[in-house]
Design a binder for this molecule. Structure first.
Ligand code: UVW
Length: 302
């Protein structure tokens, strides 16, 4: 039986309460600091078969997008060059919020508390027409880690969690116990809700609500010291939040307060169906200078 839990009281911490971050004053990398040669080697030791499982969605005009975001691809066909080899060239023009559509990696400029980003970097002085200053996604770099799938849908015995179901810390603990897995610092934690089955099937419903982690689960996950938190829904978190006075507060808990990246709209059906729950995880955000995020095509290697 799955029932939404009651709304919780939550207020964002003050700058004095959350800064400097645990990574130190002036740090701009947050959880990406976990990626070191030793952690990459440890992740690679999880590769047993060499099978690559793609976790990224196809970028196309029909995919669900949040709000007024869009992805319009226009083909550009050029004339055949007049040389003897008759070379032709094609390319495309893409009009899109390219950091915030499809399977997307959220960088720190994407969210604020008031006018302040992760580690109390102010937006004032860090915003221009061409980017968001010192925390831009170009600084994240390649991320390689142990990946862990927490299958909450399987725990509840359903293919898809109900609309607006709030995943709790108890759900996460029970799912991990059921899967006989424990989390480690630096993990890429991916949460299977089943919501991805609606992708390009019922897009209106996909972006209207969704099951996902609540504030208590986000705080619990933050205490596990992960590299990132991802899910097969559009905001990672439950949408909308059960407290009608809070707008996507888990974004603030993870990105702004704890400096933990988020990964949205993941394609997790293969991992879930084949019960691949521990794997090497690889993602490289595009190096968009001053960008708030990046469309990405992460992979799991088992
Ligand atoms: C939503 O879709 C609102 O989340 P994000 O802005 O992180 O994409």
């Amino acid at each position: 039986v799955v029932e939404p839990v009651a709304a919780q009281g939550w207020n964002p911490p003050s700058d004095a309460q959350r800064c400097p971050s645990k990574w130190g004053a002036g740090d701009t990398r947050g959880s990406a600091n976990h990626v070191k040669p030793a952690t990459v080697l440890a992740a690679m030791r999880l590769v047993k078969t060499g099978q690559i499982i793609e976790l990224g969605r196809v970028l196309e005009g029909t995919m669900p997008v949040f709000g007024t975001r869009r992805f319009d691809l226009h083909t550009k066909r050029t004339v055949i060059n007049p040389g003897r080899n008759r070379r032709g060239t094609n390319e495309e023009l893409v009009i899109s919020e390219i950091g915030q559509v499809g399977t997307q990696f959220d960088a720190f400029p994407h969210q604020m508390i008031g006018g302040s980003f992760y580690n109390c970097v102010p937006i004032e002085g860090n915003e221009s027409r061409t980017g968001f200053g010192t925390l831009g996604v170009e600084g994240v770099g390649a991320l390689v880690a142990r990946g862990v799938l927490i299958d909450v849908a399987a725990l509840k015995g359903v293919p898809v969690l109900p609309d607006n179901y709030e995943i709790t810390p108890q759900d996460l603990e029970q799912a991990l116990a059921r899967q006989k897995l424990t989390l480690e610092p630096g993990d890429a934690i991916l949460i299977h809700t089943g919501w991805g089955t609606l992708w390009n099937v019922d897009n209106a419903r996909y972006v209207k609500t969704c099951p996902g982690i609540g504030i208590a689960a986000a705080e619990w996950l933050s205490r596990q010291d992960p590299l990132l938190i991802g899910a097969d829904n559009w905001p990672v978190e439950v949408g909308p939040n059960p407290d009608p006075d809070l707008s996507l507060p888990v974004h603030q808990v993870l990105l702004v307060v704890h400096g933990i990246h988020t990964l949205e709209n993941l394609k997790l059906d293969v991992l879930a169906a084949e019960r691949v729950q521990e794997f090497a995880f690889v993602v490289q955000p595009l190096k968009i200078k001053g960008g708030t995020g990046s469309t990405v095509a992460p992979i799991a290697i088992r």
